[in-house]
Design a protein around this ligand. Sequence first.
Ligand code: SF4
Ligand code: SF4
Length: 345
Amino acid sequence: MEQLTLPKEKLPELLGEIGSKFELIGPKEENGFLAFRKINDPKEVNLDILLSRVPPKSLIFQQTETLFTYAKGKDSKVQTPKIDESVRVIFGIRPCDARGYDIIDPVFMGKKEGDYIDPFYTKKRNRSILIGLSCNEPDTNCFCTSFDDSPANTKHVDILFTDIGDTYFVEVVTEKGEDLIKNLSKIFSKATEKESTIRKETERAAIKAISRKMNTEGTVEKLDKMFDHEFWVETARSCIGCGICTYLCPTCHCFDIQDESTLKLGGRVRVWDSCMYEEYTHHASGHNPRPSRMNRVRNRVYHKFNYFPKNDGIFGCTGCGRCIDYCPVNIDIIEVIDKVKEANI
Ligand code: SF4
Ligand code: SF4
Protein backbone atom coordinates (compact mmCIF):
# COMPACT_ATOMS: atom_id res chain seq x y z
CA MET A 1 0.00 0.00 0.00
CA GLU A 2 1.52 3.31 -1.07
CA GLN A 3 2.09 5.73 1.82
CA LEU A 4 2.21 9.42 1.07
CA THR A 5 1.84 12.70 2.92
CA LEU A 6 0.14 15.98 2.19
CA PRO A 7 0.83 19.18 4.17
CA LYS A 8 -2.47 20.37 5.65
CA GLU A 9 -2.22 23.77 4.00
CA LYS A 10 -2.32 22.03 0.62
CA LEU A 11 -5.69 20.35 1.25
CA PRO A 12 -7.71 23.21 -0.36
CA GLU A 13 -5.49 22.96 -3.45
CA LEU A 14 -6.06 19.20 -3.62
CA LEU A 15 -9.83 19.51 -3.17
CA GLY A 16 -9.93 22.33 -5.72
CA GLU A 17 -8.19 20.11 -8.26
CA ILE A 18 -10.44 17.12 -7.53
CA GLY A 19 -13.50 19.39 -7.81
CA SER A 20 -12.31 20.75 -11.17
CA LYS A 21 -11.92 17.25 -12.64
CA PHE A 22 -14.67 15.22 -10.96
CA GLU A 23 -17.80 15.63 -8.93
CA LEU A 24 -16.64 16.24 -5.36
CA ILE A 25 -18.79 15.41 -2.34
CA GLY A 26 -17.67 16.21 1.18
CA PRO A 27 -18.83 16.95 4.72
CA LYS A 28 -20.35 20.41 5.06
CA GLU A 29 -22.14 22.12 7.93
CA GLU A 30 -25.83 22.63 7.25
CA ASN A 31 -28.32 23.94 9.81
CA GLY A 32 -25.99 23.04 12.66
CA PHE A 33 -25.40 19.47 11.49
CA LEU A 34 -22.86 17.87 9.20
CA ALA A 35 -24.12 16.63 5.82
CA PHE A 36 -22.43 15.12 2.77
CA ARG A 37 -23.04 17.54 -0.09
CA LYS A 38 -21.52 18.64 -3.39
CA ILE A 39 -18.49 20.82 -2.68
CA ASN A 40 -18.17 23.89 -4.87
CA ASP A 41 -15.46 25.59 -2.84
CA PRO A 42 -12.89 23.74 -0.62
CA LYS A 43 -13.67 26.26 2.15
CA GLU A 44 -17.07 24.59 2.56
CA VAL A 45 -15.52 21.34 3.82
CA ASN A 46 -15.87 20.86 7.57
CA LEU A 47 -13.59 18.25 9.13
CA ASP A 48 -14.13 19.36 12.73
CA ILE A 49 -17.45 17.59 13.31
CA LEU A 50 -16.98 13.83 13.47
CA LEU A 51 -20.11 12.29 11.96
CA SER A 52 -22.77 13.58 9.62
CA ARG A 53 -26.28 13.34 11.05
CA VAL A 54 -27.58 11.36 8.05
CA PRO A 55 -24.95 8.77 7.12
CA PRO A 56 -23.44 8.94 3.64
CA LYS A 57 -25.37 5.77 2.72
CA SER A 58 -27.81 8.37 1.31
CA LEU A 59 -25.33 9.13 -1.49
CA ILE A 60 -25.62 5.60 -2.86
CA PHE A 61 -28.89 4.27 -1.47
CA GLN A 62 -30.83 7.51 -1.96
CA GLN A 63 -33.65 8.49 0.36
CA THR A 64 -35.89 8.93 -2.70
CA GLU A 65 -35.09 7.35 -6.04
CA THR A 66 -37.22 7.68 -9.16
CA LEU A 67 -37.26 4.28 -10.85
CA PHE A 68 -39.25 5.33 -13.90
CA THR A 69 -41.71 7.95 -15.14
CA TYR A 70 -44.39 7.94 -17.81
CA ALA A 71 -46.84 10.25 -19.53
CA LYS A 72 -50.44 9.08 -19.78
CA GLY A 73 -52.23 8.82 -23.11
CA LYS A 74 -52.03 6.70 -26.22
CA ASP A 75 -48.39 7.63 -27.01
CA SER A 76 -47.37 6.89 -23.46
CA LYS A 77 -43.75 5.82 -23.01
CA VAL A 78 -42.02 4.62 -19.89
CA GLN A 79 -38.79 6.47 -19.27
CA THR A 80 -36.04 5.30 -16.95
CA PRO A 81 -33.78 8.00 -15.54
CA LYS A 82 -30.22 8.07 -16.83
CA ILE A 83 -27.82 7.31 -14.01
CA ASP A 84 -24.64 9.37 -14.04
CA GLU A 85 -21.70 6.98 -14.17
CA SER A 86 -18.86 9.53 -14.23
CA VAL A 87 -16.35 9.46 -11.38
CA ARG A 88 -17.49 10.97 -8.10
CA VAL A 89 -15.11 11.49 -5.20
CA ILE A 90 -16.53 11.26 -1.69
CA PHE A 91 -14.04 12.99 0.59
CA GLY A 92 -13.94 12.78 4.37
CA ILE A 93 -16.05 9.67 4.89
CA ARG A 94 -15.35 8.03 8.24
CA PRO A 95 -14.19 4.37 8.27
CA CYS A 96 -17.35 3.12 10.05
CA ASP A 97 -19.63 4.77 7.45
CA ALA A 98 -17.58 3.32 4.60
CA ARG A 99 -17.97 -0.08 6.27
CA GLY A 100 -21.73 0.48 6.19
CA TYR A 101 -21.57 0.23 2.38
CA ASP A 102 -19.69 -3.07 2.61
CA ILE A 103 -22.42 -4.43 4.90
CA ILE A 104 -25.32 -3.49 2.61
CA ASP A 105 -23.60 -4.13 -0.75
CA PRO A 106 -24.87 -7.75 -0.93
CA VAL A 107 -28.47 -6.54 -0.56
CA PHE A 108 -28.31 -4.43 -3.71
CA MET A 109 -25.39 -5.96 -5.62
CA GLY A 110 -26.13 -9.63 -4.93
CA LYS A 111 -24.20 -12.32 -3.14
CA LYS A 112 -24.08 -15.00 -5.79
CA GLU A 113 -24.58 -15.47 -9.49
CA GLY A 114 -28.18 -14.97 -10.53
CA ASP A 115 -29.00 -12.56 -7.69
CA TYR A 116 -30.73 -9.36 -8.73
CA ILE A 117 -28.32 -6.44 -9.21
CA ASP A 118 -29.94 -3.10 -8.45
CA PRO A 119 -28.64 -0.71 -11.16
CA PHE A 120 -29.28 2.46 -9.16
CA TYR A 121 -27.21 1.42 -6.14
CA THR A 122 -24.57 -0.45 -8.14
CA LYS A 123 -23.81 2.33 -10.60
CA LYS A 124 -23.56 4.92 -7.83
CA ARG A 125 -21.36 2.62 -5.76
CA ASN A 126 -19.06 1.86 -8.69
CA ARG A 127 -18.67 5.50 -9.70
CA SER A 128 -17.70 6.56 -6.18
CA ILE A 129 -14.11 6.83 -4.98
CA LEU A 130 -13.96 6.95 -1.20
CA ILE A 131 -11.34 9.13 0.46
CA GLY A 132 -11.71 8.31 4.13
CA LEU A 133 -10.63 10.32 7.13
CA SER A 134 -9.49 8.60 10.33
CA CYS A 135 -11.28 9.58 13.53
CA ASN A 136 -8.55 10.85 15.86
CA GLU A 137 -11.05 11.87 18.52
CA PRO A 138 -13.94 9.41 18.60
CA ASP A 139 -17.25 10.54 20.10
CA THR A 140 -18.77 9.38 23.41
CA ASN A 141 -20.98 6.76 21.78
CA CYS A 142 -18.56 5.41 19.16
CA PHE A 143 -17.89 1.69 19.47
CA CYS A 144 -16.52 0.52 16.10
CA THR A 145 -13.78 -1.43 17.90
CA SER A 146 -16.47 -3.82 19.20
CA PHE A 147 -16.65 -5.18 15.64
CA ASP A 148 -12.89 -5.64 15.14
CA ASP A 149 -12.87 -2.33 13.36
CA SER A 150 -10.69 0.69 13.97
CA PRO A 151 -11.17 4.46 13.72
CA ALA A 152 -8.29 4.38 11.22
CA ASN A 153 -9.21 1.26 9.27
CA THR A 154 -8.09 1.37 5.63
CA LYS A 155 -10.17 -1.67 4.64
CA HIS A 156 -13.36 0.00 3.48
CA VAL A 157 -12.03 3.02 1.59
CA ASP A 158 -9.94 3.67 -1.54
CA ILE A 159 -7.64 6.19 0.12
CA LEU A 160 -7.35 7.01 3.82
CA PHE A 161 -6.22 10.34 5.25
CA THR A 162 -4.99 10.47 8.86
CA ASP A 163 -4.28 13.77 10.56
CA ILE A 164 -0.77 13.48 12.07
CA GLY A 165 -0.25 17.10 13.08
CA ASP A 166 0.67 19.56 10.32
CA THR A 167 0.35 16.82 7.76
CA TYR A 168 -2.09 14.21 6.49
CA PHE A 169 -0.74 10.68 6.25
CA VAL A 170 -2.23 9.31 3.05
CA GLU A 171 -2.64 5.57 2.39
CA VAL A 172 -3.58 4.52 -1.12
CA VAL A 173 -5.54 1.31 -0.64
CA THR A 174 -7.18 0.25 -3.90
CA GLU A 175 -6.66 0.47 -7.65
CA LYS A 176 -9.40 3.10 -7.77
CA GLY A 177 -7.38 5.12 -5.26
CA GLU A 178 -4.16 4.67 -7.29
CA ASP A 179 -5.91 5.83 -10.46
CA LEU A 180 -7.19 8.94 -8.71
CA ILE A 181 -3.74 9.83 -7.36
CA LYS A 182 -2.23 9.35 -10.86
CA ASN A 183 -4.81 11.79 -12.22
CA LEU A 184 -3.81 14.53 -9.79
CA SER A 185 -0.83 16.85 -9.92
CA LYS A 186 2.12 15.73 -7.84
CA ILE A 187 1.47 17.49 -4.57
CA PHE A 188 2.00 14.42 -2.38
CA SER A 189 5.37 13.36 -0.91
CA LYS A 190 6.52 9.88 0.04
CA ALA A 191 5.90 9.20 3.72
CA THR A 192 8.92 8.72 5.96
CA GLU A 193 9.42 5.97 8.55
CA LYS A 194 8.89 8.56 11.30
CA GLU A 195 5.55 9.71 9.81
CA SER A 196 4.44 6.10 9.52
CA THR A 197 5.22 5.60 13.23
CA ILE A 198 3.23 8.73 14.15
CA ARG A 199 0.28 7.42 12.10
CA LYS A 200 0.34 4.12 14.03
CA GLU A 201 0.56 5.93 17.37
CA THR A 202 -2.34 8.18 16.34
CA GLU A 203 -4.49 5.12 15.60
CA ARG A 204 -3.53 3.49 18.91
CA ALA A 205 -4.49 6.66 20.82
CA ALA A 206 -7.84 6.86 18.98
CA ILE A 207 -8.62 3.21 19.78
CA LYS A 208 -7.78 3.89 23.43
CA ALA A 209 -10.12 6.89 23.44
CA ILE A 210 -13.12 4.69 22.61
CA SER A 211 -14.73 4.08 25.96
CA ARG A 212 -17.89 2.22 24.96
CA LYS A 213 -17.86 -1.46 24.18
CA MET A 214 -20.55 -3.83 22.97
CA ASN A 215 -19.88 -7.41 23.93
CA THR A 216 -21.43 -9.43 21.12
CA GLU A 217 -19.96 -12.77 22.11
CA GLY A 218 -22.72 -15.39 22.27
CA THR A 219 -25.41 -12.84 21.30
CA VAL A 220 -26.64 -14.78 18.27
CA GLU A 221 -27.15 -17.96 20.30
CA LYS A 222 -28.73 -16.09 23.22
CA LEU A 223 -31.20 -14.33 20.92
CA ASP A 224 -32.10 -17.71 19.43
CA LYS A 225 -33.55 -18.63 22.81
CA MET A 226 -35.33 -15.46 23.87
CA PHE A 227 -37.72 -14.49 21.10
CA ASP A 228 -40.71 -14.72 23.44
CA HIS A 229 -38.95 -13.33 26.50
CA GLU A 230 -40.81 -10.63 28.50
CA PHE A 231 -37.62 -8.57 28.23
CA TRP A 232 -38.81 -7.22 24.85
CA VAL A 233 -41.96 -5.71 26.37
CA GLU A 234 -39.86 -3.79 28.88
CA THR A 235 -37.26 -2.77 26.29
CA ALA A 236 -39.89 -1.40 23.92
CA ARG A 237 -41.94 0.41 26.58
CA SER A 238 -40.42 3.86 26.00
CA CYS A 239 -40.04 3.62 22.20
CA ILE A 240 -42.24 6.13 20.38
CA GLY A 241 -41.77 4.49 16.98
CA CYS A 242 -40.22 7.55 15.35
CA GLY A 243 -37.91 5.50 13.10
CA ILE A 244 -34.91 7.78 13.65
CA CYS A 245 -32.71 4.87 14.71
CA THR A 246 -33.25 3.20 11.34
CA TYR A 247 -33.14 6.25 9.07
CA LEU A 248 -29.84 7.37 10.56
CA CYS A 249 -28.28 3.92 10.59
CA PRO A 250 -25.62 3.29 7.93
CA THR A 251 -26.68 -0.35 7.62
CA CYS A 252 -30.50 -0.04 7.57
CA HIS A 253 -31.68 -0.43 4.01
CA CYS A 254 -35.44 -1.05 4.00
CA PHE A 255 -37.47 0.73 1.37
CA ASP A 256 -40.97 1.10 0.05
CA ILE A 257 -41.97 1.45 -3.58
CA GLN A 258 -44.77 3.87 -4.39
CA ASP A 259 -46.60 4.85 -7.55
CA GLU A 260 -47.34 8.53 -7.82
CA SER A 261 -49.42 10.14 -10.54
CA THR A 262 -51.17 13.29 -11.65
CA LEU A 263 -53.76 13.54 -14.46
CA LYS A 264 -51.09 13.42 -17.16
CA LEU A 265 -47.89 12.11 -15.59
CA GLY A 266 -46.89 9.26 -13.36
CA GLY A 267 -43.86 7.58 -11.89
CA ARG A 268 -42.60 4.96 -9.51
CA VAL A 269 -40.35 5.97 -6.64
CA ARG A 270 -38.35 4.07 -4.09
CA VAL A 271 -38.23 5.69 -0.66
CA TRP A 272 -36.55 4.77 2.61
CA ASP A 273 -38.84 2.90 4.95
CA SER A 274 -38.44 1.78 8.54
CA CYS A 275 -39.29 -1.48 10.29
CA MET A 276 -40.16 0.68 13.31
CA TYR A 277 -43.41 1.78 11.63
CA GLU A 278 -46.65 -0.16 12.01
CA GLU A 279 -47.48 0.10 8.27
CA TYR A 280 -44.19 -1.51 7.36
CA THR A 281 -45.55 -5.04 7.80
CA HIS A 282 -49.24 -4.23 7.38
CA HIS A 283 -50.67 -6.75 4.89
CA ALA A 284 -53.37 -5.81 2.37
CA SER A 285 -55.60 -8.32 4.19
CA GLY A 286 -55.43 -6.15 7.31
CA HIS A 287 -53.26 -8.63 9.17
CA ASN A 288 -50.06 -7.33 10.69
CA PRO A 289 -47.45 -9.87 11.82
CA ARG A 290 -45.72 -7.16 13.89
CA PRO A 291 -48.72 -5.44 15.42
CA SER A 292 -47.12 -3.92 18.51
CA ARG A 293 -44.11 -1.74 19.14
CA MET A 294 -42.59 -4.61 21.07
CA ASN A 295 -42.60 -6.71 17.87
CA ARG A 296 -40.88 -3.95 15.96
CA VAL A 297 -38.20 -3.08 18.53
CA ARG A 298 -37.44 -6.79 18.85
CA ASN A 299 -37.21 -7.16 15.09
CA ARG A 300 -34.68 -4.33 14.81
CA VAL A 301 -32.42 -6.01 17.35
CA TYR A 302 -32.87 -9.47 15.82
CA HIS A 303 -32.17 -8.23 12.32
CA LYS A 304 -28.86 -6.67 13.30
CA PHE A 305 -27.65 -9.17 15.86
CA ASN A 306 -29.19 -12.49 14.84
CA TYR A 307 -30.49 -12.58 11.25
CA PHE A 308 -27.63 -10.59 9.71
CA PRO A 309 -24.87 -12.71 11.29
CA LYS A 310 -26.70 -15.90 10.33
CA ASN A 311 -27.30 -14.82 6.72
CA ASP A 312 -24.18 -12.80 6.00
CA GLY A 313 -21.71 -13.73 8.73
CA ILE A 314 -21.53 -10.15 9.96
CA PHE A 315 -23.36 -8.00 12.53
CA GLY A 316 -25.58 -5.34 10.97
CA CYS A 317 -23.99 -2.59 13.01
CA THR A 318 -20.85 -0.51 12.50
CA GLY A 319 -20.76 0.98 15.99
CA CYS A 320 -21.29 4.52 14.70
CA GLY A 321 -23.44 5.40 17.73
CA ARG A 322 -26.00 7.48 15.80
CA CYS A 323 -29.02 5.54 17.07
CA ILE A 324 -27.82 6.20 20.63
CA ASP A 325 -27.12 9.88 19.98
CA TYR A 326 -30.44 10.63 18.31
CA CYS A 327 -33.03 8.32 19.93
CA PRO A 328 -35.43 10.80 21.59
CA VAL A 329 -36.12 8.42 24.49
CA ASN A 330 -32.52 7.28 25.04
CA ILE A 331 -32.83 3.68 23.98
CA ASP A 332 -29.20 2.60 23.90
CA ILE A 333 -28.34 -0.35 21.65
CA ILE A 334 -25.25 -1.24 23.72
CA GLU A 335 -27.35 -1.43 26.89
CA VAL A 336 -29.98 -3.50 25.05
CA ILE A 337 -27.33 -6.06 24.04
CA ASP A 338 -25.87 -6.00 27.59
CA LYS A 339 -29.34 -6.79 28.94
CA VAL A 340 -29.83 -9.55 26.38
CA LYS A 341 -26.63 -11.10 27.72
CA GLU A 342 -27.88 -10.80 31.32
CA ALA A 343 -31.46 -11.99 30.71
CA ASN A 344 -32.50 -15.20 32.45
CA ILE A 345 -33.73 -17.87 30.08
S1 SF4 B 1 -27.37 0.14 14.98
FE1 SF4 B 1 -26.89 2.20 15.76
S2 SF4 B 1 -24.70 2.13 16.27
FE2 SF4 B 1 -25.14 0.37 14.94
S3 SF4 B 1 -24.67 1.11 12.87
FE3 SF4 B 1 -26.88 1.44 13.21
S4 SF4 B 1 -27.03 3.56 13.99
FE4 SF4 B 1 -24.87 2.94 14.16
S1 SF4 C 1 -35.15 6.20 17.71
FE1 SF4 C 1 -35.74 5.39 19.72
S2 SF4 C 1 -37.90 6.00 19.95
FE2 SF4 C 1 -37.41 6.24 17.77
S3 SF4 C 1 -38.04 4.25 16.87
FE3 SF4 C 1 -35.85 4.07 17.38
S4 SF4 C 1 -35.81 3.15 19.45
FE4 SF4 C 1 -37.91 3.93 19.09
